[in-house]
Design a protein around this ligand. Structure first.
Ligand code: HEC
Ligand code: HEC
Ligand code: HEC
Ligand code: HEC
Ligand code: HEC
Ligand code: HEC
Ligand code: HEC
Length: 470
């Protein structure tokens, strides 16, 4: 076949498969109208949906939806190349090999066995496939962009994750369309739990004014719970100070092991905190200045050809301090890095103090639980304080910036964790009589004697003054 003929055939094939937006307009004007007014107007619908004409003739014929990065990358090379930059990085070693105390603090939870530092977005589906922790289809709302657009349609809470992977229904990590509307290419949110959490935000909520450069990240970088009755996922979306209320008033976290689990040594169910990046960040110095997650993690950069673009490699901002930080800070990159390191070292020291105090609390709880004559009330007080210690410790330990996102709140949370753990140590010791029980709180009887004495003195004084005036 001559080259000319070949190209003519390809052209004919393409024009056959190409679809005119008008074909779709009669049934999808809500998509087509804004589409034709936006920058993608010239793109063929078939670029991302196959069988358009067949589907238009018979809507029962599925169109399919292409979400892979390479599709967008063909026209948006700079964003695509930078997005793929994180691809080669290795998985970090298991955290609990480096910090064995984690095995004890998380005992009974799957994280005690498999817990690594994160790596860049391109790797997330690979890492999800590799993890030994239980994998529910719901988890994939944060691991793959193959999920959101068919959630509750073809994929739901009860779907079998292994089958979805084996049948190649799930093949992509999160891709461009997780943050960009493909039709009218502006930033958007597709995570159902975030949409729901945003709707119930009170006027006073600290994240109320969050710009889109933060909201796109809050789709996943937040603390969450699976929600078995609703067959979905829920974001508490509150500061750690409000978590005790959430925990008391909500039951769903107890219903799946990812949220509530029994630590055998603590003798109680604990709350599993998951990466509260957005929540910790609220009300920090940078948050109050209006800096978004993307400002630091996805700074603007100038390409070799002089074009300015947003760098899409999700990584530590310390890998691009000039672009991300020196737009505001006047220090050198080295000085600023040292300042970040200083905060992180200080926060880590506080994490260690909290963990060691919790370790000691567990020692005492174990003894108390194995003592037949234990004072149950006192033991329960100890457990309750241990529960709180765990919450305030893990809020910072599971957050990924080692306190940098909000140093002041990280210090406060860890100080509270240590105080709760110290109380648990004392109460567990008291419960088996190794320490005297504290005095009972003063009784509520009205202290008549001091009141009467006080009255007598006052009356005496008044009488005395009146007599002298005379
Ligand atoms: C005659 C009406 C009609 C026309 C014309 C039509 N569609 Fe549809 N389309 C539908 C209906 C109805 C659904 C919902 C089907 C369902 O939910 O099972 C749908 C669903 C879709 C979906 C969602 C698929 C999914 O799996 O979620 C896409 C994408 C789509 N259409 C694209 C197109 C494109 C592109 C065109 C033009 C080439 C087009 N449609 C023309 C009726 C139409
Ligand atoms: C650059 C890729 C891309 C192009 C081009 C594109 N779509 Fe889509 N479309 C998607 C993706 C991805 C989804 C999945 C839902 C989402 O991301 O909002 C989707 C979903 C849809 C849906 C179902 C959900 C909804 O939003 O109502 C319809 C209908 C649809 N597209 C119609 C069209 C039509 C008509 C055209 C051409 C005028 C078109 N699309 C062009 C990527 C594209
Ligand atoms: C066939 C080429 C092509 C494909 C494929 C394509 N785009 Fe575009 N896109 C364009 C053009 C052309 C523009 C308008 C010019 C510009 O801003 O670069 C544009 C504009 C945009 C913009 C707005 C740019 C701005 O400066 O505000 C975003 C965001 C975007 N596209 C995202 C996407 C995403 C996400 C996908 C994949 C779902 C995609 N595009 C697929 C060609 C394409
Ligand atoms: C759909 C879910 C999702 C969205 C949206 C999302 N992330 Fe992530 N992010 C993840 C997951 C999952 C990982 C861990 C991947 C791994 O370790 O395999 C991760 C990892 C990261 C990392 C660690 C990279 C490294 O190399 O250590 C950074 C930084 C990050 N994300 C920042 C952001 C920012 C900033 C945004 C918003 C602009 C964002 N993410 C949006 C899910 C998401
Ligand atoms: C985690 C969210 C997220 C993902 C995933 C993502 N983007 Fe972006 N994208 C952003 C943000 C944030 C901006 C900056 C928007 C702004 O400055 O207003 C941006 C900007 C853009 C722009 C506008 C031009 C520029 O560089 O500022 C284009 C085009 C674009 N992205 C394409 C893509 C493509 C292609 C992909 C997939 C390879 C992708 N994006 C994936 C968040 C994301
Ligand atoms: C003022 C700049 C700044 C802002 C704003 C910011 N971060 Fe960070 N982020 C950092 C720094 C600095 C680190 C620590 C990096 C390190 O230790 O190498 C970090 C670490 C992280 C990490 C862990 C990265 C790793 O390599 O392990 C994630 C994930 C993350 N941030 C997500 C977010 C999210 C989501 C938001 C918004 C809610 C956000 N960040 C807002 C500067 C920022
Ligand atoms: C929009 C401007 C802006 C950007 C962008 C910005 N900062 Fe800041 N940052 C400030 C201001 C203002 C302060 C408060 C004054 C001060 O402490 O220098 C501050 C405070 C700090 C502090 C002290 C925080 C504390 O808790 O004591 C550190 C460390 C810091 N920034 C590091 C960074 C790093 C690292 C980046 C980039 C990843 C960054 N900043 C990006 C404006 C910014």
């Amino acid at each position: 076949m001559s080259r000319k003929l070949f190209f003519t055939m390809v052209f004919l094939l393409l024009s056959f498969s190409s679809v005119n937006a008008q074909t779709c307009d009669q049934c999808h004007s809500d998509v087509v109208n804004p589409y034709q007014a936006g920058p993608h107007a010239a793109l063929d619908c078939n670029r991302c949906h196959q069988n358009g004409n067949a589907h238009a003739a018979n809507p029962q014929t599925p169109t399919g939806v292409r979400v892979e990065v390479a599709n967008c990358g063909e026209c948006h090379q700079l964003q695509f190349d930078s997005y793929m930059e994180g691809e080669g990085t290795d998985q970090t070693p298991q955290k609990q090999d480096e910090y064995p105390i984690l095995r004890r603090l998380l005992a009974g939870h799957p994280f005690a066995e498999d817990y690594r530092e994160p790596r860049s977005h391109v790797n997330m589906l690979t890492d999800f496939v590799r993890t030994s922790r239980p994998r529910s289809a719901t988890c994939m709302l944060c691991k793959s962009s193959d999920v959101y657009w068919q959630w509750n349609n073809n994929i739901n809470y009860d779907s079998n994750t292994g089958e979805l992977l084996d049948q190649n229904i799930i093949v992509n990590p999160i891709t461009c369309v997780q943050c960009h509307n493909p039709h009218v290419p502006e930033l958007r949110v597709v995570q159902p739990a975030l949409i729901e959490a945003t709707e119930r935000m009170p006027q006073t909520h600290p994240g109320k004014e969050d710009p889109m450069g933060t909201r796109v990240c809050s789709q996943c970088h937040v603390n969450y719970n699976l929600n078995p009755p609703a067959k979905g996922i829920e974001f508490p979306f509150v500061k750690v100070a409000e978590m005790p209320d959430y925990i008391v008033n909500t039951d769903i976290w107890r219903q799946t092991k990812t949220g509530g689990w029994d630590n055998p040594e603590a003798g109680t169910m604990l709350y599993k905190v998951q990466h509260p990046e957005a929540e910790l960040y609220w009300d920090s110095i940078h948050h109050k200045l209006g800096v978004s997650c993307a400002d630091c993690h996805m700074p603007k950069r100038t390409a070799a050809n002089g074009q300015t673009y947003t760098q899409h490699w999700l990584t530590s901002p310390l890998n691009h301090i000039e672009d991300a930080c020196l737009v505001c800070h006047t220090q050198s990159a080295g000085e600023l890095q040292a300042r970040v390191k200083g905060i992180q070292d200080e926060v880590y020291a506080l994490i260690e103090t909290a963990m060691n105090t919790m370790d000691e609390a567990l020692d005492n709880l174990v003894v108390a639980q194995n003592t037949a004559t234990v004072n149950e009330n006192r033991l329960n007080d100890a457990r309750e304080n241990y529960f709180m210690a765990h919450l305030f410790w893990e809020w910072i330990a599971a957050e990924n910036s080692m306190g940098f996102h909000n140093a002041a709140e990280a210090r406060e949370s860890l100080t509270r964790a240590t105080a709760f753990a110290s109380d648990a140590i004392d109460q567990a010791a008291q419960s088996v009589g190794n320490m005297p029980l504290p005095e009972e709180p003063p009784s509520r009887r009205i202290p008549w004697i001091p009141i009467l004495l006080g009255l007598a003195v006052t009356i005496g004084a008044i009488a005395y003054i009146i007599r002298r005036r005379r």
